[in-house]
Design a protein around this ligand. Sequence first.
Ligand SMILES: [Zn+2]
Ligand SMILES: [Zn+2]
Length: 77
Amino acid sequence: MPRQRITLKQPICWSEYSNSYCLCDKCWSCKRKTKYDNPLLALQSARLASFRAKELIKDYKCRYCDGYHIGRVHRGI
Ligand SMILES: [Zn+2]
Ligand SMILES: [Zn+2]
């Protein structure tokens, strides 16, 4: 196995590396959000959240995990 260079810009993902608790960008962005396995459920939740918060909240497919999350549009996803 080749040695991996660890740079500050791309911190190692401990979750993938040793299956332990990890706070890298990837894991953190998923963990602090609700994960939806069903895109329809995410869509419904996004609509409900939009209605409650009175701002636009969209559902989106996560590029890190296999699920879906919802988030405010203006803050970027
Ligand atoms: Zn990680
Ligand atoms: Zn995710």
